[in-house]
Design a protein around this ligand. Structure first.
Ligand SMILES: [Zn+2]
Ligand SMILES: [Zn+2]
Ligand SMILES: [Zn+2]
Length: 342
């Protein structure tokens, strides 16, 4: 085979202007990525996310507590903190947005502590605990979106030293903005166009097309995990709800169970089969409104991007990504890995 067969250009299914160059010239195997490995650290007694250290953070806006099997949703006051919590959501001490803002800087930037346990794992071990985390997120998002000044919200998780995470205690963050976030607007624009052209949501189409491809990694009754067709990093995956729905906050309790099952599986696969890399995860959901009205198509989803290579000037400057592993190879590898974990 000549070099022509080793380099292939792929377009993203949703946003065709996003391009990946699949280059197998280096022929890297999964364990040969030397970049982005998580260094395990000893627990920090001073960790502000650990139980007992609640006063090291601003007062929580939502605290989940279990009392005799009943789930309670509480909040801190300025002078008191809820103890014995399961999940804790509070404003970031170093926020990028503030409710004291008077312009585009108005917004919420909060931290979601996923477990009281100080453990360096990319996922929550106990699925019941994971369910509590996502129920709390839905509750908090629903509340924040009631703020008339807020239009959009994005959930993110940075894991590992190369992800931007500064603390190892398992946590996520969300940002709620007054303006719709540009990547989601771009996806909505293309989805709506696709719908006009073909009469179908492109995400629903992607699910049915890729279900029987080598990019299919895992599926349960509610969700499907696919290896991204035009990844921006090797082993990038998308977690898609099977039910067509533009807004994450409309997820049902039953769907939350399927979501955490899927998330745990893929994050375990990263940990066990990719050498526990740093990664970024984000959840794309519809804004409340777009400037051109309500007539648009969208399908909420999660994208997860492990940090196994670094973006150079070409990637940053061109919106084109050089990927040393094909999406099919990545899909088959992760699928096998997920199967072996079950
Ligand atoms: Zn901690
Ligand atoms: Zn759809
Ligand atoms: Zn997206």
């Amino acid at each position: 085979m000549g070099i022509n067969e080793f380099i292939e250009v792929r377009k993203d299914f949703i946003v065709p202007s996003r391009i990946s160059i699949i280059s197998k010239v280096r022929g890297l195997r999964p364990k040969e990525f030397k970049y982005g490995k998580v260094v395990r650290k000893t627990p920090l007694s001073e960790c502000p996310f650990c139980p007992g250290n609640e006063f090291k953070t601003p007062p929580a806006t939502l605290v989940v507590k279990l009392v005799n099997g009943e789930v309670l949703y509480l909040k801190d006051s300025d002078t008191e903190r809820v103890r014995d919590w399961k999940v804790r959501i509070f404003p970031n001490k170093f926020p990028a947005l503030t409710t004291l803002g008077t312009s585009l800087n108005y917004g919420y930037h909060e931290v979601i502590v996923e477990t009281p346990e100080h453990i360096d794992l990319p996922y929550v071990k106990d699925l019941n605990q994971y369910v509590l985390v996502f129920k709390a997120i839905v509750k908090r998002f629903t509340n924040v979106l009631k703020d008339p000044k807020i239009n959009h919200v994005i959930l993110i998780k940075n894991y590992g030293p190369l992800s931007g995470a500064s603390l190892e205690h398992p946590h996520m963050q969300f940002f709620a903005t007054s303006f719709p976030l540009p990547y989601v607007v771009e996806e909505i624009t293309y989805s709506t166009k696709y719908y006009k052209d073909y009469g179908r949501c492109p995400y629903c189409e992607l699910i049915s097309k890729d279900l029987n491809s080598s990019r299919f990694i895992y599926g349960n009754e509610g969700f499907i995990i696919l290896s991204a067709r035009a990844p921006r990093s090797p082993y990038e995956v998308w977690v898609l709800p099977k039910r067509h729905e533009r807004s994450f906050i409309n997820i049902t309790d039953e769907e939350i169970r399927y979501l955490v099952d899927a998330l745990q599986k893929i994050l375990k696969a990263y940990e066990k089969c990719l050498g526990n890399p740093s990664f970024n995860l984000w959840l794309h959901t519809s804004p409340k409104k777009l400037s051109n009205g309500d007539d648009y198509v969208y399908h909420w989803h999660i994208e997860i991007s492990p940090i196994l290579t670094t973006w150079g000037g070409f990637e940053k400057g061109s919106g084109t990504y050089i990927i040393p592993v094909s999406p099919e190879e990545a899909g088959e590898y992760l699928k096998k890995c997920v199967r072996e974990l079950i």
